[in-house]
Design a protein around this ligand. Structure first.
Ligand SMILES: Cc1cc2nc3c(=O)[nH]c(=O)nc-3n(C[C@H](O)[C@H](O)[C@H](O)COP(=O)(O)OP(=O)(O)OC[C@H]3O[C@@H](n4cnc5c(N)ncnc54)[C@H](O)[C@@H]3O)c2cc1C
Length: 472
């Protein structure tokens, strides 16, 4: 198989839908005007976890969820399935929120990871969860201990998410070569994201949530109570929860807090013998230490998934078609050979797909009430790490929608939109410049050169890589 025979389709979602068969045809769209207690926009992890949590807290609540396509169409089925906590972002969180609140977010994200696993087990969701760890592997000797500031910062609080791992152990256990050691988080893992999101949809419906698919929100009325326009009718609700991910950047209140960039994934054809022989069949979720991160992980079907940031960049929050076919960089064979060939040679895509990333400047999500419209809640900005954290977002959204804020009132990620990105065209030009500076830095340091001062200055402007470099 060569890349020319590739299918441009989301492997995870296709697989999940094929297993469901006809049993879950799209739920009927909204037809006519309706009202409910809580309306949710978006049928991904955020919207579905919110719906499930609302029903757990108040089983009699009338909850309706609208989704413009089918549940799982968005990032929740397109991701790489890395099930991670948020400790790698602790230094950034400490700077922004202070020690106590940063630790609270870290522990909540740990709990979310455990809850995703437990929820799947309790509800018959076979999301192929493999708790085989998350490996952060150094591509250069000088990036070997990038993880150490995180470990040092957490040591006084008896939190030790990462263990040092040698190049030899990485090669022996999983056949990943050419690395300079790194760190592993044994509690993390990977899963089949499409099966997770479709499983959440099933459970939400079983618990009495009314789902309307093929129902785009075409207008958001910020009155009290708020309402949503759709092609089939208007939905009124006491509260509205926006689980719209990158598409939330279309709302003026959130636009200047999000830079929407592309990300692509591909899976190879099955290669059981090779993966079993090397040990990577039982391998972890791997990221390298580049700014423009590479991902590698095995799938349950003995394929390898590889992923890479794409080229697409939204203008004024407009997350359109460009994000559906943003696989260019990922499928550049020469680039792949250069960046991954020494770690795992001869990777060729059988399926490739892409999607938008709802990136914030600090690399952290934000949850809250829309400025000037306290009955409308949002959770977005996951910045490429949402599989575990969306569970946390769903709990926060449900509590806040019921005015039961409790501990969430002082939670670090509950914050107004940061509005810290410039308006267009400065943002588009600026993000593009930062992104190419990040790529140039990768090329320079891997070629044994020092990036120039302008490049260095630009890379400090936005979070990149795993731990939001430039933040400390
Ligand atoms: C290629 C890729 C790889 C990733 N890899 C990882 C990873 O390995 N690990 C990790 O933790 N995170 C990863 N992420 C991020 C993670 O997938 C997301 O953070 C997470 O899925 C967000 O869930 P969500 O429900 O907020 O968004 P989504 O799943 O995108 O759901 C939002 C939904 O809202 C719907 N919607 C939008 N606008 C409207 C409207 N006007 N009306 C009605 N519906 C609307 C969309 O159709 C969509 O289905 C990745 C993301 C991408 C794109």
């Amino acid at each position: 198989m060569t890349d020319t025979a590739i299918r441009f389709a989301n492997y995870w979602l296709e697989q999940a839908l094929a297993e469901e068969g006809d049993s879950t045809l799209p739920a009927p769209p909204l037809e006519g005007d309706a009202s409910c207690d809580i309306a949710i926009v978006g049928g991904g992890y955020t919207g579905l976890w919110t719906a499930i949590e609302l029903k757990r807290r108040r089983p009699g609540l009338d909850v309706r969820l609208i989704e413009k396509h089918i549940c799982g169409w968005g990032a929740s089925s397109r991701n790489a399935g890395y099930l991670l906590n948020m400790w790698a972002k602790y230094p950034t969180m400490r700077r922004l929120f202070g020690v106590e609140r940063a630790l609270a977010v870290g522990h909540a994200a740990d709990l979310a990871l455990e809850e995703v696993i437990a929820f799947c087990a309790e509800n018959g969701i076979d999301a192929e969860i493999a708790r085989r760890g998350w490996l952060w592997g150094a591509t250069l000797p000088q990036t070997f201990d990038e993880w150490r500031p995180i470990v040092d910062a957490l040591a006084p609080y008896q939190v030790s998410p990462l263990r040092e791992i040698s190049a030899e152990e990485i090669a022996d256990r999983w056949g990943l070569t050419g690395l300079h050691g790194g760190a592993i988080d044994e509690k993390a893992g990977h899963l089949q994201p499409g099966k997770l999101v479709r499983g959440l949809r099933r459970v939400a419906i079983e618990r009495g949530v009314t789902v309307h698919e093929n129902t785009p929100m075409t207008g958001l009325h910020r009155g009290s109570p708020p309402s949503l326009s759709t092609p089939g009718g208007t939905l009124r609700a006491r509260r509205v929860v926006l689980g719209m991910y990158a598409w939330a950047a279309q709302l003026p209140e959130l636009r200047r807090s999000l830079a929407v960039t592309g990300y692509a994934n591909a899976v190879t054809a099955p290669m059981p013998e090779r993966l079993e022989k090397s040990g990577f069949a039982d391998g972890p979720a791997f990221n390298d230490t580049r700014n423009m991160i590479n991902s590698l992980r095995p799938t349950a079907g003995r394929r390898v998934l590889f992923g890479k940031p794409g080229r697409a960049l939204a203008w004024a929050g407009n997350t359109g078609e460009a994000f559906e076919h943003d696989t260019g960089w990922l499928l550049d064979a020469e680039r792949r050979r250069r960046e991954l060939g020494h770690i795992m040679p001869d990777l060729e895509a059988a399926y490739a797909w892409s999607g938008p990333i709802d990136r914030t400047k600090d690399g952290l999500p934000f949850f809250g009430r829309l400025p000037g419209a306290r009955d409308i809640l949002y959770a977005t900005g996951f910045s490429g790490d949402g599989v575990g954290p969306c569970r946390m977002a769903g709990k926060a959204m449900a509590a806040m929608a019921l005015d039961e804020d409790g501990d969430w009132a002082d939670f670090g990620l509950v914050r107004p939109p940061m509005q810290d990105l410039p308006p267009e065209p400065v943002r588009w030009i600026g993000v593009r410049m930062v992104r190419s500076a990040l790529a140039r830095t990768d090329a320079a340091i891997h070629g044994g050169r020092k990036p120039g001062p302008v490049t260095r200055g630009l890379t400090g402007l936005m979070s990149a890589g795993i731990a939001s470099r430039g933040d400390e």
